[in-house]
Design a protein around this ligand. Sequence first.
Ligand SMILES: Nc1nc2c([nH]c(=O)n2[C@H]2C[C@H](O)[C@@H](COP(=O)(O)OP(=O)(O)OP(=O)(O)O)O2)c(=O)[nH]1
Length: 139
Amino acid sequence: MQETLVVVGAAVLRNGRVLAAQRARPEALRGLWEFPGGKTDPGEIPEAALVRECREELGAHVRPLERVGPDVPLPVEGRRAVLRLWTAEIVEGDPRPLEHLALRWLSAGELRTVDWLSADLPFLEAVGAHLTHRPARSE
Ligand SMILES: Nc1nc2c([nH]c(=O)n2[C@H]2C[C@H](O)[C@@H](COP(=O)(O)OP(=O)(O)OP(=O)(O)O)O2)c(=O)[nH]1
């Protein structure tokens, strides 16, 4: 049986906000919002995939901090997969939408104002808690 594919996501935190990214592709997911990340390569450690994907998608170097919630099952291209989320901080660079339509920094109050991919919804409460436990500064 094929191994479960791990899709990694980064809840990048900065100044009391979290980074949301709007998908450009495929057409069925275009316009929906997600956490930057992607599929782990075969044999790749998930945290390394997170750093690699954020570099590719955002042009920034991030550091994973803590796991958020349990894995959420999702089908990817007919394979068994899970979405695994970490909080992360920026080590270097200012995120840019290199592969997404847009990026937004959301405060706790704004977290549910974008249309998330459905697999991301179970993480929002825990992500929101990370935001409200830190002081929000204007950005
Ligand atoms: N990156 C990311 N993918 C998510 C999230 N939620 C969710 O359902 N997905 C789904 C969308 C895709 O079907 C899959 C990840 O695929 P991807 O296209 O982002 O992966 P990738 O960057 O490795 O893409 P590629 O190189 O194969 O084109 O997981 C999320 O928060 N972040």
